[in-house]
Design a protein around this ligand. Structure first.
Ligand code: SF4
Length: 302
């Protein structure tokens, strides 16, 4: 998650040693033909297409046909806060290096300590999340220590420009923009992070592991391939835990034929609900974390 150059090299090695075989018709650049060709010219965000919490797709009908609004759950807000603090810490570090204010690790640490209070203001939409300030502090401190150590290593290399220092201190991109419209994904999709050296999309998740998280990685891979005509066979799924500090575990995921096909099935089901505007009804079981549970009155698996 707070990747260093050394970590990315290890992932690159694992990527090279990981066998994969992807059928040509399941590549993002095969979008003019089924099965990648979307059943509608409309598009949805990755989180809505990847099955998330509603197996029948009724959540798409309620959200985009009936335009019903529900308050985000505390867990969703917590995830948004963790993601927002992560992005802010990476962007702030780069800005301090580019501006010339922080060109060594100790200055970066000093300035980031000040910037923490500014970050709290920028993230105030999440201030209702329990332990708001502590969560931001954990992420901020972890980012600061990783990026400042990397900055000092970068300085050891001679003739380092600000560009070089920034790209070694923070050797990955956050909120990486993708136009997924050719494959039914939103034209302004944003992957949590991107390792251009491999290339590999990174998805950050909080909460329990879900199959839909893997399908989200497949969605970004297909969008990337449709836009850049370059294979993306691997993704990184990182689960973030915040108990007595921040910990995370990243899993290397092969975006193989079965993952691609499963995503395309979910995508088709949801885009058809959107296109036809017809209520698909309730699934056999609803997810207990679904924000529409009270409205739909669906059964939850006990
Ligand atoms: S409550 Fe059930 S049917 Fe309604 S949107 Fe949620 S999962 Fe779908």
């Amino acid at each position: 998650m707070f990747f260093t150059v050394e970590e990315i090299s290890l992932y690159a090695k694992r990527a090279r040693l990981t066998s994969r075989k992807v059928s040509e018709e399941l590549r993002g650049w095969s979008w003019p033909e089924p099965p990648v060709l979307p059943p509608s010219s409309r598009a949805l965000p990755v989180s809505d297409l990847s099955g998330s919490i509603c197996k029948s797709g009724r959540i798409i009908y309620l959200t985009y046909v009936k335009w019903m609004k529900v308050e985000p759950s505390v867990e969703a807000l917590r995830g948004g806060l963790i993601h927002g603090a992560y992005v802010d810490a990476a962007e702030t570090t780069r800005r301090l290096i580019y501006s010339g204010e922080a060109l060594d690790g100790s200055t970066l640490r000093f300035l980031m300590a000040d910037q923490y209070y500014e970050a709290l203001k920028r993230l105030r939409e999440y201030s209702s999340v329990p332990n708001f300030e502590t969560l931001v502090k954990w992420i901020w401190d972890r980012a600061t220590s990783t990026f400042s150590a990397s900055l000092d290593k970068a300085r050891d290399r001679s003739h380092s420009t600000k560009e070089t220092l920034a790209s070694i201190a923070v050797p990955f991109l956050v909120e990486y923009p993708l136009d997924g419209s050719l494959v039914g994904v939103s034209p302004n999709a944003r992957a949590d992070a991107f390792l251009p050296q491999i290339p590999m999309i990174v998805e950050l998740k909080t909460g329990r592991r879900r199959r839909s998280h893997e399908l989200s990685v497949a969605a970004y891979a297909l969008a990337y391939e449709s836009q850049y005509e370059t294979p993306m066979d691997l993704g990184l799924l990182c689960y973030v835990r915040t108990e007595d500090g921040i910990t995370y575990r990243c899993e290397l995921l092969v975006v193989d034929d079965s993952l691609r096909s499963e995503f395309l099935e979910e995508r088709d089901l949801r885009l058809k609900v959107l296109e036809e505007g017809v209520d698909p009804g309730l699934p056999k079981y609803c997810d207990q974390e679904c924000p529409f549970l009270q409205y739909c009155g669906g059964k939850v698996r006990s």
